[in-house]
Ligand binder design. Structure first.
Ligand code: HEM
Length: 499
C-alpha cells in the first residue's frame, strides 16, 4: 500500500492529540463568543433554549446549510426533535417542525416580526398589510377574476401554438412566469398584459424575483449574521445594492408612471399602486417578488405529471365527466372536481417552492413547554419535515393525490382552520404573516393546471428525463429547466381555444 495512505500509530496519536487541542480551542472560542456577543440563553425560571447542533465558531451552522438546507434541517429535526435551535453567526434560530407550529400560530403576535427580509411588524406594516389585503382578499380576487380567467386562456393558447399542437417540445418556464406576471401588472399597476413570452421584461421579472429570493432567503447570506463582516465590501452587499436599484428601475418606474398620470389627472384604472399613491403610502409592498411561486407550482406540476400517466388519465376522466369537451374548466368547477383539487394539494405538499418559509422574529421572550426562545430569535417553520411527517402523510415520499381526496377546502380556507394540525399543508406559511396572496395564487394555480389538463396530455420528451430532485433557487425553488410535450387531447381543443 502506498505510504501516504498509511497512518502509523505515532502519527495517529499526534493527530488525535492535535485534534483534541483544536476541539478544546474551538469549544473555548465558541463559549467565549456566546458569552460575549450572544444573548441570554436561560429564562428567569431556568428554562434553556432548545437543544440543537453546536455548529462551528463564528459561523455557527451556516456552512452546513449552503446546499439542500431542507434535508439538513430535516435530519436535525429527527435528531434534536421538532423544536430545536441553531446559530448562524451570532444569530439564534429556532426551527419548528410540528407539532409546535401550534404554539407559533396561537402565539402569533409574539412571532409576527420579520427578521432579515421585508418589513418588521409595526404600524407601517399593518397599514400595508391592510391595503394589500384589500387587493388580495377573496372578495377582491372575485372582482378581478376576469383578468385571471383571461390570462389562463392566453397561457394555454400559447402553449398550444408554441408546441405546434403537440409536435414540438416546450420549455414551460417563461409561459408559467408570464401569466402571473401579467396578473400582477394588471392588479398592481393597471398595466396592459405582455403579449409575447419572449419579451425581455418577462426574463427580467423572473431574474429579479429569483435574485430577491436568493439574496434574502433565511440561509442565503452569512454576512447577515456576522456584524463585523457587514463593514467590509462583499459580493452579497453589491448584489443587494444592485438588486435594489434594478427593482427601482423596473417597478419603481412603473409606479412613477402611475403617479405622473394621476398628477396629470389622466384616467388610471383602479389598481394597488393608485391606492397606495392616493393614500400617500410608500410602496414597499413586494407583490412582484412573489409571482414566481405561482409559476413554480405550475412548473413542478408540469415536471412531475408526465411520470404518472394513470393519474393524468383519472384527471382527464374527471374533466370529461364534469366539464365535457366543449368548454374550458372554470373556477366554479373546482368544487365538483375533487381529484384535480387533490392533485394540486399533493403537488404543493411534495414540491412546496418555499420549504423554509420566510423567517419570523419574536418580539419578546417566550417560553414554550419548558424551552426558552429569547426575544429577537429568528423562527423558521421547517415545512419540508412537516410535509413529510409519516404520521400525517403515510408513505410521505410517494406522490399520492388520494390522500387529499376528501379534503374539499381551499388551502386558503384550510389555513384558517381552528386547529392548525388539521391543515392540508403549510405552503403559504403560518401565523399573522401568512401569505396574503394565497386566494389569488390558488385561483391562478387552479386555472392554469385544470386548463392544461383539459387541453393536453403531458408527456416526457423521449431521451430527456425530467429531473425532479434538483432545483434552482436558494429560498424559492423551481425545477431545473426541462422540456415536455403537450399533446392536445381531442379535436375540440383547437376550436375551444380559438387557435
Ligand atoms: C403559490 C404561490 C405562493 C406561495 C407558495 C407563497 C408563499 C408565501 C409564504 C410562505 C410567505 C411567508 C408567510 C409567513 O411568513 O408565514 C408569503 C408571504 C407573502 N406573500 Fe405569498 N406566496 C404565493 C403567492 C403570492 C402572491 C400571488 C402574492 C401577491 C400578489 C403574495 C404576496 C405575499 C406577500 C406580500 C407576503 C409577505 C407578507 C408579510 O410579510 O406580512 N404571495 N407567501
Amino acid at each position: 500500500m502506498s505510504s501516504f495512505l498509511t497512518i502509523s500509530s505515532g502519527t495517529f496519536s499526534n493527530f488525535i492529540g492535535g485534534a483534541f487541542v483544536a476541539v478544546l480551542f474551538i469549544t473555548a472560542a465558541h463559549i467565549a463568543l456566546v458569552g460575549i456577543t450572544r444573548k441570554r440563553l436561560v429564562d428567569d425560571k431556568g428554562n434553556q433554549i432548545p437543544h440543537g447542533p453546536i455548529g462551528l465558531p463564528l459561523v455557527g451552522s451556516f456552512p452546513f446549510l449552503t446546499e439542500w438546507p431542507e434535508l439538513i434541517l430535516d435530519r436535525w429535526a429527527k435528531k434534536y426533535g421538532s423544536l430545536y435551535s441553531m446559530w448562524l453567526g451570532n444569530q439564534l434560530f429556532v426551527i419548528i417542525s410540528d407539532p409546535h407550529v401550534k404554539m407559533y400560530v396561537k402565539s402569533e403576535l409574539v412571532f409576527a416580526g420579520r427578521g432579515i427580509t421585508t418589513t418588521p411588524y409595526n404600524d407601517r406594516w399593518k397599514k400595508h398589510r391592510r391595503l394589500g389585503t384589500m387587493w388580495l382578499s377573496k372578495p377582491a380576487v372575485e372582482k378581478y377574476g376576469h383578468v385571471l380567467d383571461n390570462e389562463a386562456v392566453v397561457f394555454v393558447k400559447d402553449l398550444y401554438r408554441q408546441g405546434k399542437g403537440g409536435l414540438l417540445p416546450i420549455n414551460i418556464q417563461e409561459h408559467a412566469a408570464r401569466f402571473p406576471l401579467n396578473n400582477m401588472l394588471a392588479i398592481t399597476f393597471g398595466a396592459p398584459p405582455i403579449e409575447n413570452v419572449a419579451d425581455p421584461f418577462v426574463g427580467e421579472a423572473v431574474r429579479l424575483a429569483h435574485e430577491f429570493m436568493n439574496t434574502t432567503g433565511p440561509v442565503s447570506n452569512l454576512i447577515d449574521f456576522i456584524p463585523i463582516l457587514q463593514k467590509f465590501p462583499s459580493e452579497m452587499k453589491s448584489r443587494g445594492k444592485k438588486l435594489q436599484s434594478d427593482l427601482i428601475e423596473t417597478y419603481g418606474k412603473m409606479l412613477h408612471e402611475v403617479d405622473g398620470r394621476l398628477k396629470r389627472q389622466e384616467n388610471v384604472p383602479d389598481c394597488l399602486a393608485k391606492n397606495l399613491l392616493e393614500s400617500r403610502q410608500e410602496n414597499d409592498s413586494m407583490t412582484w417578488t412573489w409571482l414566481c411561486f405561482t409559476s413554480s407550482v405550475v412548473q413542478w406540476f408540469s415536471a412531475l405529471i408526465p411520470a404518472y400517466p394513470e393519474i393524468q388519465a383519472r384527471a382527464h376522466e374527471e374533466l370529461d365527466r364534469v366539464v365535457g369537451r366543449d368548454r374550458l374548466p372554470t373556477v366554479e368547477d373546482e368544487k365538483n372536481m375533487p381529484y384535480i383539487h387533490a392533485i394540486i394539494k399533493e403537488v404543493e405538499r411534495c414540491y412546496n417552492p418555499f420549504w423554509l418559509g420566510t423567517p419570523h422574529v419574536n418580539t419578546q421572550d417566550f417560553t414554550y413547554r419548558g424551552q426558552f426562545i429569547p426575544k429577537d430569535t429568528v423562527v423558521i417553520i421547517n415545512t419540508y419535515t412537516m410535509h413529510h411527517d409519516e404520521q400525517r402523510y403515510p408513505d410521505p415520499h410517494r406522490f399520492n393525490p388520494d390522500r387529499y381526496i376528501d379534503d374539499s377546502t381551499l388551502s386558503s380556507q384550510s389555513a384558517n382552520l381552528a386547529n392548525p394540525l388539521e391543515r392540508d399543508h403549510w405552503m403559504f406559511g403560518a401565523g399573522r404573516r401568512i401569505c396574503p396572496g394565497m386566494w389569488l395564487a390558488e385561483r391562478e394555480v387552479w386555472l392554469a393546471i385544470a386548463r392544461m389538463l383539459w387541453a393536453f396530455r403531458l408527456e416526457e420528451v423521449p431521451g430527456e428525463p425530467i429531473d425532479l430532485k434538483s432545483y434552482v433557487g436558494l429560498s424559492g425553488r423551481s425545477p431545473v429547466p426541462f422540456r415536455l410535450k403537450m399533446v392536445p387531447r381531442h379535436e375540440n381543443v383547437a376550436k375551444v381555444l380559438g387557435v
